[in-house]
Design a protein around this ligand. Structure first.
Ligand SMILES: *Cc1c(COP(=O)(O)O)cnc(C)c1O
Length: 371
């Protein structure tokens, strides 16, 4: 068989990620590849770092983009911060908490699970009970923006609670970053990771992360080596930090980083507060339109993520068939339900570049046409 170039269709991406990538970012990624130790590239990497610091609202030195997707950001946090037999409180209110548990186990820690119903935010009282019952716990880990349900939890209150009990906080904000308010320094978050393909609207495959000085100290004073060579931050720090101190760790995904750089420049042009505001305003527009169609939301209004709208599938609608119809006839991708919500809900993303009036109109018109 003779293969020819792959030409993807022009979709409107309104699922749980990836989101639409703007032509500015796509054009940036098509620019010539240069060496990853080229002084000009290193200068761009320094800019990427300060732009990520801006997005996270942090001055943390240990802030950069991992050369792998959001899941690698998760793994990096647990690989570096969990030591043998460390107790880690995992707040599980959706799909991603389960993966945190897997990571803790694989890196030798003991997960203590705090369960909340899918569609509810993390209950801070339950977390406090778990901390009281496990005074030797070292870390509290939770998901800021649970993409499987569209619920937002409170990183400020949860981190404060973690600190009251002498724990560090690990925060998943893969879907949160740039979509809802997040102040890493002011809220004193210790370790946080995100992804490029949700509200930053760069292509998938990179994971912005940031570690507080408290976390950095813990990593430097580990009794044993980090069990993942690739994620060992002691090694990566020498690649990213200090002028002229770049030594080879791995070859950075150069063109993907051009794309992230452009997406972050766009975010800084818009202003982070304006980005949060745009996501909220567009959620209201979509919400009103869906409610007019008689469609209901899973999550209580005050705990809803504006960038991830989980709605009950209208009565009599065949889930997979209709989503395929939306894709084939309207070039529109929306998300299916995960886990306990499979077949019951759809997840409509309004993330980053996808969070715009044009997409909302297209989505409402398409759904109206098929149901
Ligand atoms: C998407 C997502 C991830 C994983 O990111 P990938 O880029 O798919 O690896 C992790 N956590 C949450 C909450 C997510 O929404």
């Amino acid at each position: 068989m003779k293969s020819t170039s792959f030409i993807p269709p022009n979709r409107t991406l309104m699922g749980p990620g990836p989101s639409d990538v703007s032509s500015r970012v796509l054009e940036a990624m098509a620019r010539p590849t240069i060496g990853h130790l080229d002084p000009i590239f290193i200068k761009m990497m320094d800019e990427v770092k300060s732009l990520i610091q801006y997005a996270f609202q942090t001055d943390n030195e240990l802030t950069y983009a991992i050369s792998a997707p959001g899941m690698a950001g998760m793994e990096c946090c647990f690989a570096n911060l969990v030591e043998e037999n460390d107790k880690v409180i995992i707040c599980k209110n959706g799909f991603f908490g389960e993966r945190m548990k897997e990571n803790v186990e694989r890196y030798g820690g003991i997960p203590i699970i705090v369960n909340d119903e899918w569609g509810k935010k993390v209950d801070i009282n339950k977390v406090e009970e778990a901390l009281k019952a496990n005074q030797d716990a070292k870390i509290v880990a939770f998901v800021h923006a649970e993409t499987s349900t569209g619920v937002k939890s409170d990183p400020k209150a949860l981190t404060k609670l973690a600190h009251d009990y002498g724990c560090l906080s690990i925060v998943d904000t893969v879907t949160g970053l740039a979509g809802v308010p997040l102040l890493v320094d002011e809220w004193e978050i210790d370790a946080i990771y995100s992804g490029t393909q949700k509200c930053l609207s760069a292509s998938p495959g990179l994971s912005p992360i940031s570690f507080s000085n408290r976390s950095k100290e813990k990593i430097k004073n580990r009794k044993s080596k980090v069990k993942s060579w690739f994620h060992d931050l002691n090694l990566i720090m020498s690649y990213w930090e200090g002028e002229g101190a770049r030594s080879y760790h791995h070859t950075a995904p150069i063109n993907a980083l051009y794309g992230l750089h452009e997406a972050l420049v766009m975010l800084s042009e818009e202003g982070i507060e304006n980005s949060w505001k745009r996501h909220q305003e567009n959620h209201i527009l979509l919400r009103d339109g869906l409610e007019n169609l008689g469609i209901n939301f899973l999550v209580d209004e005050e705990d809803r993520l504006p960038q991830l709208n989980t709605i009950f599938i209208p009565e009599g609608v065949v889930d997979a068939e209709i989503r395929l119809k939306l894709l084939n006839d309207f070039n529109l991708e929306i998300g299916a339900g995960l886990g306990v919500l499979a077949g019951k809900v759809w997840r409509i993303g309004l993330m980053g570049h996808s969070s715009c009036k044009k997409n909302i109109d297209h989505c409402l018109n398409s759904i109206r046409a098929v149901i």
